[in-house]
Design a protein around this ligand. Structure first.
Ligand code: NDP
Length: 301
């Protein structure tokens, strides 16, 4: 199987480089490209040329405009990368009979209620980022390409900056720490996303692949928490590991979303229903705490 991976150095892209390698020939690109191949999603002509030259069996797109707040004032670029480029990749995939695997977000929902969102629930994004990601989904699904769109939430990874590392740093430096406690979702490890992607790829694009599996799936850890709960787990773990903290887990102040104004509104309810993914691909998603604890062990070594 020949796989073209875009966005190879993002949180998910980095883990995909590991998880996809055993599946066949992997051509992995970042924004800079390599060997004359363009990996820049804002260069649509370059992307077309890349797909036509590589002729992959599967395109995995882990690249995205993910600066949620910046997107509010950078709409054209966010739309180009999150909406136009994925739609174009889908058209190119269709033309050569390749699969497209793409990632989307809980931010396509408006965050109302306290239910778990099904894949079929109406989308109503609150932010530019959410809207451009929704348009990307729509462009892919209407292309007629064989495609899997994996909506995930609250992604973290041991590599690069992430919420857990920020909490660890702030709890060592500051006297007080306030964290939003009224947004609900599941922190999901990039490792888990990459491993599940590899599993799905084997099912859909292997020798006995099945194009009827095309569609949108929710891929997240199971269980739920708030950013405040996430921070508490991080600091509890740090205390147990002997890290000297000025703010301990029980001293993190819970605050409301309204008390922490940011340019892009966030959905309060990001709970994703996982049954479609679990039943279709015979998976059982682990509890969010499991992956976070493992990541903390890694970064504290
Ligand atoms: P990251 O921000 O870690 O990675 C995104 C990657 O895209 C970066 O490597 C970035 O490169 C690259 N990129 C940005 N612009 C371009 C461009 N013009 N051309 C090529 N590459 C580009 O994101 P994640 O790994 O966390 O996200 C993976 C997917 O999951 C995305 O589709 C995202 O929307 C989705 N998602 C993420 C969530 C999260 O909490 N992070 C939550 C829900 C969904 P560079 O470093 O050079 O900018």
């Amino acid at each position: 199987m020949k796989i073209l991976l875009l966005g190879k150095n993002g949180q998910v892209g980095w883990e995909l480089q590991r998880a996809l390698t055993p599946l066949g020939e992997l051509v992995a690109l970042d924004r800079q490209g390599a060997n004359g191949l363009c990996g820049d999603l804002s260069n649509l002509d370059g992307l077309i040329a890349t797909v036509r030259q590589v002729k992959p069996d599967v395109i995995v797109n882990a690249a995205a405009y993910t600066a949620v707040d910046k997107a509010e004032s950078d709409q054209p670029l966010a739309a180009l990368i999150n909406a136009q480029a994925p739609a174009l990749l889908a058209q190119e995939a269709k033309a050569i009979g390749a699969w497209l695997i793409h990632y989307s977000t809980d931010y396509v929902f408006d965050g109302s209620g306290d239910h778990r969102w099904l894949e079929t629930a109406p989308t109503a994004p609150l932010s530019v980022y959410g809207r451009t990601k929704m348009e990307g989904e729509q462009g892919i699904l209407s292309s007629g390409a064989m495609a899997i769109v994996l909506r995930t939430s609250w992604v973290y990874a041991a590599r690069g900056h992430n919420f857990a590392k920020t909490m660890l740093r702030l709890a060592q430096d500051r006297e007080t720490l306030s964290v939003v406690a009224d947004q609900f979702g599941a922190p999901t490890g990039a490792e888990l996303i990459a491993d599940v992607t590899a599993h799905i790829l084997r099912r859909v694009a292997g020798e006995r692949g099945d194009s009827r599996l095309s569609g949108v799936y929710h891929l997240a850890a199971s269980g739920e928490t708030t950013w405040h709960g996430f921070a508490q787990l991080v600091l509890t773990h740090a205390q147990r590991s002997g890290v000297a903290l000025k703010v301990t887990a029980d001293r993190i102040a819970p605050i409301s979303t309204d008390a922490y104004p940011v340019p892009a509104p966030r959905p309060r309810n990001s709970r994703l229903a996982l049954e479609k993914l679990e039943n279709t691909f015979n998976l059982k998603m682990p509890l969010w705490e499991q992956g976070v604890q493992r990541m903390l062990d890694e970064i504290q070594q």
